[in-house]
Ligand binder design. Structure first.
Ligand code: CAA
Length: 379
């Protein structure tokens, strides 16, 4: 399916690229080395309109279509995967959920702050015993007159260390399996809500990934998001959009590493000429270019279906599966083009290689994407 980007989408791509080069590239290596969340970027991201991309204009956002959003995530991730996932988790997993499932009061209360950067968003589904098997989650939300009382633990929460607005999945009824799960908006700072120590990770090291603990945490009943018992479906719908976002992140990581490999191949002289003149290097470059183009086409297809309001879960799973594995392949080849220096911190490709791996894991592993794709054909 050929894609002709609209003038607006081209403008989004160019302006986000310019922003990322100017504001993010200078700190990308440092935040990785120091495992430091780039808090100074939040205001800049908000000012550039990048925290309100999936928030309708009437609530202070830009109300972008899903394809423009994917393009923006690709451009951020091309320079820094940490910034890519900060914006992606905030947008796809939190702001989208409130914009699509929130009541009018919830939208007015939370979305303007999420668009302005006053609040960053996060999403809590995964638990120590509920990873790929998300429906086995055990956090409870027990109704007590006009409140719910939360108890349980979440893990691997992106933006956990600084987010203010959390969309949390918990069991609120005795109904078995997915039917008992509901979604809630939980604000940072509520008594009984504790943010625990961040993980030290292989890649996306500037991204804050924390456990959350709820111990008798009381939230207003008005913070129920969507219908009671609809939480699992809401989580799956959130991930249908989110997986396209992560696929776009993977394309961006691969694109950044590819550009670095092309640059190095033209500069590095061996056997009396730039290694770009060697067929062995040209074949690597060609294979990387094909892989990225194929991945981007899958992202555009999934995002385009979503923009047009068509079912897009299976297309998103295809994009995430292919792009996650593609990014690992491409960044590995980018290191190969660099040879020994590519394995050092002197060049950005070793960071890209470490960052790429997570795109095969979060928002559903490659194995879960295969399951989602196969079920579509076998149901
Ligand atoms: N949209 C709407 N409803 C959906 C749906 C979708 N995409 N997928 C499933 N459902 C519904 C089903 O129709 C079913 O409803 P009924 O009972 O009414 O028929 C219900 O949900 C249960 O569906 P399944 O039987 O398919 O559920 P399952 O237990 O077999 O699980 C799964 C399905 C696909 C494996 C799911 O558990 C899953 O996606 N697991 C991976 C979890 C995941 O991706 N976690 C990521 C955490 S977030 C993260 O990583 C963020 C980050 O850091 C950046």
């Amino acid at each position: 399916m050929p894609f002709q980007l609209t003038d607006e989408q081209v403008l989004t791509r160019d302006s986000v690229r310019e922003f990322a080069e100017a504001e993010i590239a200078p700190i990308a290596a440092e935040i990785d080395q120091n495992h430091r969340p780039p808090l100074e970027s939040i205001g800049k991201l908000a000012e550039a309109g990048l925290l309100g991309m999936l928030i309708p204009e009437e609530y202070g956002g830009a109300g972008l279509d899903a394809l423009s959003y994917a393009i923006a995530i690709e451009e951020l991730s091309r320079v820094c995967a940490t910034h890519g996932v900060l914006v992606e988790a905030h947008s796809s997993l939190c702001t989208w959920a409130i914009a699509h499932h929130g009541t009018e009061d919830q939208k007015r209360k939370y979305l303007p702050d999420l668009a302005s950067g006053e609040a960053v968003g996060a999403f809590g589904l995964t638990e120590p015993n509920a990873g790929s098997d998300a429906s086995s989650l055990a956090t409870t939300a027990v109704r007590d007159s006009d409140e719910f009382v939360l108890n349980g633990q979440k893990i691997f929460i992106t933006n956990g260390g600084f987010a203010k607005t959390f969309v949390i999945m918990a069991r609120s009824t005795d109904a078995p399996g997915v039917k008992g799960i509901s979604a809630f908006i939980v604000e940072r700072g509520r008594p009984g809500f504790e943010i625990l120590e961040p993980e030290r990770k292989m890649g996306i090291r500037g991204s804050s990934t924390t456990p959350l603990a709820f111990t008798g945490c009381r939230i207003p009943a008005a913070n129920l998001l969507g219908q009671e018992g609809a939480g699992f479906k809401i989580a799956m719908q959130i991930l249908d959009g989110g997986r396209t976002g992560i696929a776009a992140q993977a394309v961006g990581i691969a694109q950044g590493a590819f550009e670095a490999a092309c640059k190095y191949a033209k500069e590095r002289v061996q056997f009396g000429r730039p290694i770009a003149a060697l067929q062995a290097i040209q074949w690597l470059i060609a294979d990387m270019a094909v892989d990225i183009a194929a991945g981007r086409a899958l992202v555009y297809r999934a995002a385009d279906l979503e923009s047009r309001g068509e079912p897009h879960g299976q297309a998103a799973a295809m994009a995430k599966l292919f792009c996650g594995e593609m990014a690992t392949r491409v960044t590995g080849k980018a290191i190969q083009v660099h040879g020994g220096v590519g394995y050092t911190e002197a060049y950005p490709v070793e960071r890209a290689y470490r960052d790429a791996k997570i795109t095969e894991i979060y928002e559903g592993t490659s194995e879960i994407q295969r399951l989602v794709i196969a079920r579509h054909y076998l149901r």
